[in-house]
Each structure stands twice: as structure tokens, then as C-alpha cells.
Design a protein around this ligand. Structure first.
Ligand SMILES: Cc1ncc(COP(=O)(O)O)c(C=O)c1O
Length: 330
């Protein structure tokens, strides 16, 4: 197939079997094969198209987002392809690779201190809001609060998985970050077949998992730390909680035993799926896991460390990101 634009290359990622010890069959949806390298290409593109459709974003406009991660990179890539100016606010200690990736896509990157409260006017969220107010013809996507985020996955990823499995999927495993991927796909699948199990993979130290007594954790792209309104509890059959040690511990076997160089949230999803499948899946079952990004972004900090604690020294930003998110609710 010939693509006229990089944007039409978003999606249609392969489902690849991983022979985990289980009676059921487990497949990974390789979202790291999207053009900017993560599942966020889908939601960023959909949110931008929705903003255009509703007149919030007009030709010559500026897209603004607060993100030190995959969302910022996806927005920068799509903004470049569509001809929008893009401003991304990030933590000042953002990794060199991520900073350079944003710059390579032509985004303006505003570094902000890692504040304790997200309401602090110096926080990356507050600064994005302020920049948006002061920038004519601009729009902030605000992924944690934007219903177009789950709608993207309801419209694109859900039907894709349904079609690829010919309606035979029985279990869906996804990391819960903003919960857009979890609930967008979960809603679509439940509408097709209410017996499909929707399994949410959460960090064991998150605000939700600890019932309001969170502790620091080092995984990224995962963790329900405040009520953002996108999480629909009615769709979730079970929450599967994963510790840093368990999630990190999966990364090397995934790469060296199975050939999947996957990122931190994928490590957590793979661990949770493997444990769940051993106990609860039968020969007719088909489980689909979302692999949200690639291990390439974490080579030095996750693959090159021997213990999880080494990671905090290598990436203080990831730890700071979690701390800011948590304070929203407290
Ligand atoms: C790699 C990765 N996996 C999973 C997620 C979680 O997706 P969602 O925000 O839709 O819950 C994210 C979110 O940032 C991510 O970056």
C-alpha cells in the first residue's frame, strides 16, 4: 500500500503471538510500530482532528500540550505533518533523547521545574495553560481531560483489534495511564461482546491501588493517580497490579527470549498478562496485550541497570512526573 502522508501510516499495527505458558493464546499489539513510536499517535491525531472539526484549531494555529513523554512526541510529529506550530511544555530534566526528538520534529520546547503541585504556576501543566491563553489561534489538547482521547481508541484501535481477531478476542490487557486506551477499546469490545474481559494494568503503588496512600514508583505510562474522568469503572472486570520489580523484570526476557524490545508499560502489561493467563485462561481463549512503546527509549535506564533502584538515579524525571500527577488529587 502506498501512503500519501505519514498520518495515514498511523495504526494497522500487527498482532504477534507470544508463547507465554498458558492454555490460551496471547498476542501483543505492537503499537510501538506507529510512526512516532507509540500508541499516542492514534489519540493525538484524533484529538487534533476533533479540534479542527469543532473549530478550536484553525489553519496557521498553534497546538500546545504538557507532556514529557510519548504524547508530546506524537503531537510534535503530527503538527509537523499538518503544518501547525507546536509548543510542548516539559520537565526541565527531560531526557536528552526525548528533548532532541521533540526538537527534531520542529516543536518549541519549554522547560519547566518539577513542582510538587500541578496547580503551581511554574508547573508544566500551568505553563501550558498560560501559554495557550497568551497565544492567539492556539489550542491545548489536554489528554487527561479530553473525551476525544478515549474516543480515538473506541473508533480506531477497538475495531482494529476486533477485526484482526475475527471477533474471537476473549481478554484485553492494557496499561492504565490516562485510561484512554483501556476504556476506549474496552467500551467498543464490550459493545461487541459483553463477555470479553477488560483487564486494567495499574502500578501497585498508584493512588488507586493503595486506596489513597500512594508510594513512589518508577514505571511510566501507567498508574491511576487521580480521578481524571476518563476511567469508567463499569468497563473494567479486574485491576491487575504490578510492582516496579515485576514490570522491569519482564523487559529483558521479552527482548532476549521472545524478540520483543518493548518499553516500561509493556513490561508491566506482559507481566500481568502472563500471571493472569497461567491461572485463568483456557484453550479457547485469546488475549490481546497493548505494547505501547519500544524499549529503545529506555535502553540506558531500564535495560542497562541491574536493579530497579538503579533506575531512579538514571531517570529522576520519571519519578518527578509521578509525584506531580499524584498531587492533583491530594
Ligand atoms: C508507552 C505507554 N503505554 C501506555 C500508556 C497508557 O495509555 P493511556 O494514557 O491511554 O492510558 C502510555 C501513556 O502515556 C504510554 O506512554
Amino acid at each position: 500500500m502506498l501512503h500519501d502522508t505519514i498520518l495515514s501510516a498511523i495504526g494497522n499495527t500487527p498482532l504477534v503471538r507470544i508463547p507465554f505458558p498458558s492454555q490460551g493464546r496471547i498476542y501483543a499489539k505492537l503499537e510501538y510500530l506507529n510512526p512516532s513510536g507509540s500508541v499516542k499517535d492514534r489519540s493525538a491525531y484524533y484529538m487534533i482532528k476533533e479540534a479542527e472539526r469543532t473549530g478550536k484549531l484553525k489553519p496557521g494555529g498553534t497546538i500546545i500540550e504538557a507532556s514529557s513523554g510519548n504524547q508530546g512526541i506524537a503531537v510534535a510529529m503530527i503538527g509537523a505533518a499538518l503544518g501547525y506550530k507546536v509548543i510542548i511544555t516539559v520537565f526541565e530534566k527531560i531526557s536528552d533523547e526525548k528533548y532532541k526528538t521533540l526538537k527534531a520534529y520542529g516543536a518549541e520546547v519549554v522547560k519547566c521545574p518539577a513542582t510538587e503541585f500541578v496547580e503551581d504556576p511554574r508547573s508544566y501543566h500551568s505553563q501550558a495553560v498560560a501559554i495557550q491563553k497568551n497565544t492567539p489561534n492556539s489550542h491545548m489538547l489536554n489528554q487527561y481531560y479530553n473525551p476525544a482521547n478515549p474516543a480515538a481508541h473506541y473508533t480506531l484501535l477497538g475495531p482494529e483489534i476486533w477485526k484482526q481477531t475475527e471477533g474471537k478476542i476473549t481478554h484485553y490487557f492494557a496499561a492504565a495511564g490516562t485510561c484512554g486506551t483501556l476504556c476506549g477499546v474496552g467500551k467498543y469490545l464490550k459493545e461487541q461482546n459483553p463477555n470479553i474481559k477488560i483487564l486494567a494494568v495499574d502500578a501497585a503503588n498508584s493512588f488507586r491501588a493503595t486506596k489513597g496512600h500512594p508510594k513512589p514508583y518508577k514505571m511510566e505510562g501507567i498508574g491511576i493517580d487521580f480521578d481524571n474522568g476518563l476511567l469508567d469503572y463499569n468497563l473494567v472486570d479486574e485491576f491487575l497490579e504490578v510492582t516496579d520489580e515485576q514490570g522491569f523484570g519482564m523487559l529483558k526476557p521479552l527482548a532476549s527470549q521472545y524478540g520483543f524490545l518493548a518499553g516500561l508499560s509493556s513490561g508491566a502489561v506482559a507481566y500481568a498478562t502472563q500471571e493472569y493467563a497461567k491461572k485463568h485462561m483456557g484453550p479457547q481463549d485469546i488475549g490481546i496485550m497493548i505494547f505501547g512503546d519500544s524499549g529503545r527509549a529506555y535502553l540506558s535506564k531500564a535495560f542497562a541497570v541491574e536493579t530497579v533502584n538503579d533506575f531512579a538515579q538514571k531517570d529522576p524525571v520519571a519519578v518527578a512526573v509521578q509525584r506531580v500527577a499524584r498531587r492533583i488529587e491530594l
